[in-house]
Design a protein around this ligand. Structure first.
Ligand code: SAH
Length: 414
């Protein structure tokens, strides 16, 4: 459906996009592969400490389910894949959209401000990111907030990062706060690190979503749900598979409850399907497909997100939008306009080439444009027309239509 957004989101987009950031900075990295592409497999040469741990566990207590294997391999507090190394980027095992270009995070930032406006501009705004990787997406969003300071006014903004990996939390702290963050004194403090970003926003780190304080929040999860452990069921050696991400279902329920109770929205972006795929569990190492059982702990493990399952687990209390393709979302958010501004301010041929290449990576159907999807949870009141009490004269007036949800409807600049 084509929706004419008229002024509001268009104004946000144009305010942010007139700022010509230095074009080379808009591209973070070149041709490294994302996790949704398939390449050749290779064997690892890493020490077998995770292998030893798993072997002794299985010897002691018997076989373990796929979900436990995935959880141990990815997030074991000592030898887990995410816990011990910085896995993202050209030198890591995979690359993500926020690492390819900062345009991605800028558009998500505009989406958040637009949803905050759609919610009636509450006086506090918690930006909560699940699995923030290097902190690049949060940094790009906060930069948009500072460009839209006149729109946000006196709103008290805070940043809340849910991150299981101490190694990555340090990278995030460095990128977002420089040296302005400190570890908690007590081990049982649910906030294990606190800091202040370069723009003065207070930032807190948590291991679990449950620990993030209640309050109006916009939740962002980019390539987070695919990293959660899946249960895998298979009838016979060559028969159909069923994959269920129970932990993802629990987190979606928590998000839905918070949004219904405190207001806010969630934007979930990941590769996945709407209940149509069954066998997607795979490993990634150095940008190549990797056998999930080979040298565990040295490679990423992942499974496609089943958005139909997330929608079902969200229940009826919260409104769900999507999934829609990344290409559609970014185009609806005005990526083409942003590209034009950047290209106009960029005279250097190689930077122009990089900009165009990162744009194609994010939007081309054969690249990340079609494989990645956006899905959103919204407070049910967000999409409803305000009701006037019966019997009043006001009743005859048409209620104002709610502000359309940016990204999920086509932007028109007419
Ligand atoms: N969002 C980032 C990083 C994606 S990788 C990006 O798109 O670039 C997955 C991220 O989720 C990592 O930061 C990883 O450490 C974190 N993570 C994985 N499992 C987690 C869990 N159970 N709880 C919290 N964080 C988790």
């Amino acid at each position: 459906m084509r929706v004419f957004l008229g002024v509001k989101t268009y104004q946000l987009v144009s305010r942010v996009f007139i700022h010509p950031i230095s074009p080379p900075a808009a591209v973070r990295c070149g041709r490294a592969a994302s996790r949704c592409v398939h390449g050749s497999s290779e064997n690892g040469k890493h020490p077998p400490s995770m292998l030893r741990h798993l072997t002794s566990k299985i010897k002691a207590t018997g076989p373990i389910p796929v979900a436990e294997y995935m959880r141990e391999v990815l997030t074991n507090p000592v030898t887990g894949y995410y816990v011990k190394k910085d896995v993202l980027g050209p030198d890591g095992d995979f690359i993500t959209s926020p690492e390819i270009s900062q345009i991605f995070g800028e558009l998500v930032g505009v989406w958040i401000v637009s949803e905050w406006m759609g919610a009636g501009r509450p006086g506090t705004l918690q930006l909560v990111e699940l699995g923030p990787g290097k902190g690049s997406l949060a940094g790009d969003i906060l930069r948009v907030f500072s460009q839209l300071r006149s729109v946000l006014g006196e709103t008290s903004v805070s940043l809340h990062l849910v991150e299981v990996s101490p190694a990555l939390s340090l990278v995030q702290a460095q990128n977002l706060t420089g040296t302005c963050s400190r570890e908690a004194h007590r081990e049982d403090d649910p906030v294990y690190r606190r800091g202040t970003t370069g723009m003065g926003t207070p930032a807190s780190w948590y291991r679990r979503l449950e620990d993030v304080p209640a309050g109006f929040s916009i939740f962002v999860a980019h390539e987070f749900f695919d990293a959660l452990p899946i249960h895998k069921f298979q009838a016979g050696e060559r028969r159909e598979h069923v994959e269920v991400c129970a932990e993802g279902g629990v987190i979606i329920q928590q998000l839905a409850q918070r949004i219904v109770g405190d207001g806010g929205a969630a934007l979930i972006a990941d590769y996945g399907h709407d209940g149509t795929k069954t066998d997607t569990f795979r490993g990634f190492k150095e940008h190549q497909l990797h056998d999930v059982l080979s040298s565990p702990g040295s490679a990423d493990l992942t499974a496609d997100v089943d958005f139909s399952y997330l929608r079902w687990m969200a229940g009826g209390g919260v409104a769900c939008l999507g999934p829609i393709s990344q290409r559609t979302f970014l185009k609806n958010m005005g990526i083409d306009t942003r590209m034009q501004v950047l290209l106009r301010s960029c005279s250097d041929a190689s930077s122009r080439k990089q900009l165009i290449s990162s744009y194609h990576r994010l939007t081309d159907p054969a690249d990340m444009g079609q494989r990645f999807h956006f899905f959103s949870l919204l407070h049910p009141g967000r999409l409803a027309r305000p009701q006037h009490p019966e019997g009043l004269k006001l009743e005859r007036k048409r209620s104002p239509a709610p502000l359309p949800v940016a990204g999920f409807s086509e932007l028109s600049f007419s």
